[in-house]
Structure formats: C-alpha cells, structure tokens
Design a protein around this ligand. Structure first.
Ligand SMILES: [Zn+2]
Length: 205
C-alpha cells in the first residue's frame, strides 16, 4: 500500500462549499466565508446516530399500511410487502419488482453499508480501496431510494377507477419517506476521507 502525501499534512484543506484551498488553521473560507473543517466534525458519530434513527423508523415503515386498495368498494390495507404481493397477483410484475427492490434492498443495503463504512472509518482498514468502492456504490444506489414513494404517489394519482379500484397512500408512506431522507443526511455526514486517514496513520507508525 502506497499513499502519497495528503493535503492535510501540508497544512491545507479544501472548503466544503467552493473547494478553495484553505490553510487548516483558518476557520472561514477566505473566498465564500463558509466554515472550514479539515474533516467533517464527528462524522462517524453523526452518521451512526442517523443510521440508527433510520433503522428504527424502518420498522413502522414496513409494519404500517403503505397503501389502501379499494377494490369493488372493499378497502384493504396493505403493507409494502402486502402491496408487492397484491401487485404481483394483479400481473404488474415490473411495478411489484421495483417496489420490492426500492423498499427492501436499497434502504436496508444503504443502512448496512453505512454502518460498515463507519466501522471501517473508526477501526481503520489495511486496504481502504474496498470500503471506498462500497462508498461509491452507496452514493450511486442512494439516488434511487425514493423510487417506491414515487411509485405509490403515481399509483394513487393514476388509478382512481372509483368503486372498482382505487389506491390511497397509508401512514407508512410518510415513515418510509423519513427513513429515506434521514439515510440521505447520514450519507452526507459520512466523510470518506476518514477511510484513508486511518490507513495513512497506520502507515506512518
Ligand atoms: Zn469556500
């Protein structure tokens, strides 16, 4: 493992807002006057606190009804998984698959990978390239995490066949949206440079 010298060793860091090079002693960026930190302060603690909050909120998001389907005048509450089964039985396989991936794979995967990244950042890794790749994938996948809230919103807006078949959003839609937003903030708080700091510190010892 070779790593070149880091800007922080030369007493330099970059502004989070405008990327101006600033000396580490400065409190404010001379160009845009934003607060300057060499690394996001308490990055791991903040990320983990938000990850735990999102994980707790994920329980009601799964347990509460995501949507109410009114079919021939009979209302039926369905959770996310229940909704996936209803849609699958109706023959809407792509929609069912999209909702399943967006509501189970993406949020659970993102929370798990953020936890693993926090563990790497605090414990250090001999090869930070692996967690860095994980960080990139987490960032990429995260862009699709609102998909199922949109799918439910679209279903609600499109399918209103009166007494025949209607969809109404349930309480879980709100809880799920907060899970997604909190996870987005958690990812934002994670400073990937920490992954390399511990490796560099181990190398310098
Ligand atoms: Zn700036």
């Amino acid at each position: 493992m070779t790593s070149s010298s880091a800007a922080i060793d030369s007493g330099l860091t970059s502004c989070h807002t405008c990327y101006q090079l600033v000396s580490t002693g400065a409190h404010r960026c001379p160009r845009c006057h934003s607060k300057v930190h060499a690394r996001v302060p308490q990055s791991v603690q903040r990320t983990m606190a938000l990850v735990m909050t999102a994980a707790i909120l994920y329980i009601p998001a799964m347990a509460l009804p995501m949507m109410t389907t009114v079919s021939l005048g009979t209302p039926m509450d369905s959770t996310v998984i229940g909704g996936v089964i209803v849609l699958w039985n109706m023959g809407s396989y792509p929609v069912a698959a999209v909702i399943f991936i967006a509501s189970v794979f993406v949020p659970v995967g993102k929370l798990l990978s953020l936890s693993i990244l926090c563990w790497y950042a605090s414990q250090g890794s001999s090869n930070p390239k692996q967690p860095t790749t994980m960080y990139r994938i987490t960032e990429l996948v995260g862009k699709w995490s609102m998909t199922d809230v949109f799918v439910v919103a679209i279903l609600v807006a499109l399918i209103r066949l009166g007494d025949l078949l209607s969809f109404y959003p349930g309480l879980a839609a709100l809880t799920f949206a907060s899970v997604v937003i909190i996870t987005m903030v958690a990812a934002e708080q994670f400073d990937p440079r920490l992954l390399w700091d511990t490796a560099r510190a181990a190398e310098n010892e």
